[in-house]
Design a protein around this ligand. Structure first.
Ligand code: FMN
Length: 205
């Protein structure tokens, strides 16, 4: 396999920092590159106050206003696997994620969606994003995480998703630790974290 096409990218949008934390930990445990998806005009607190009908977030959502991106991933073609993260907005992915998807060529990519939310799951986001990939990329996984998710739990989720492909395309250097060894080491902790999941309480819109 072409080595330049072996890389993993974590691309994320986060307005309030929760998804950013998950994205950074995910990039760390997977050894992926990290890209922050940002609007050309940053969101202020007033912009995302969905309780105000005139807030920018509501105007973008309901007036079908396009969100202009601050930038795109120049070397996008080098990535085989893309983890795409966002907060759930209006039960789906924010418009900026749609803009990001439209702005890149997903040919041959494996796409893993992840999100944080106040309660909604990620299913509708995945359903709505799928057609935007134009049959070129595949959504292999989609998961909402609680905002206090530990890095080890992220490794447990991401490891098996990228390992089957990595195993085929890359040989690990003898003596270098395998991420799955780390996963094994923390298995008890993962189980404990999983049972804690439902404790999560967050403000619902
Ligand atoms: C404009 C807006 C719309 C939202 N819509 C939803 C929603 O439909 N369902 C939900 O569970 N949470 C919703 N939320 C809450 C966010 O998904 C949640 O707070 C998330 O963790 C924020 O992530 P961030 O800190 O990365 O921006 C919304 C928040 C905003 C600002």
């Amino acid at each position: 396999m072409n080595k330049t096409n072996d890389k993993v990218l974590v691309a994320y949008f986060s307005a309030e920092g929760h998804t950013a934390k998950i994205a950074k930990d995910l990039a760390q445990v997977t050894g992926a590159d990290l890209f922050e998806i940002q609007p050309a005009e940053p969101y202020t607190a007033a912009d995302i106050n969905w309780k105000n009908p005139m807030a920018r977030c509501n105007r973008e959502q309901f007036a079908k206003k396009e969100v202009v991106l601050a930038g795109t991933v120049g070397n996008f073609g080098e990535y085989k696997v893309v983890f795409l993260g966002f907060p759930v907005w209006y039960f789906a992915a924010p418009k900026i994620i749609e803009a990001f998807v439209k702005a890149h060529d997903w040919t041959g990519k494996r796409v893993m969606l992840f999100a944080t939310s106040g309660g909604s799951d990620i299913a509708k986001a995945a359903e709505k994003l799928k057609p935007l990939l134009n049959g070129k990329g595949e959504i292999d996984a989609a998961k909402r995480f609680f905002i206090r998710t530990e890095p080890e739990a992220l490794a447990e989720w991401a490891g098996p998703l990228i390992m089957p492909w990595k195993a085929k395309s890359q040989e690990r250097e003898p003596g270098r630790p395998d991420m799955m060894d780390v996963v094994e080491e923390y298995r008890d902790q993962f189980n404990r974290i999983r049972t804690m999941d439902e404790d999560f309480t967050a403000k619902k819109p």
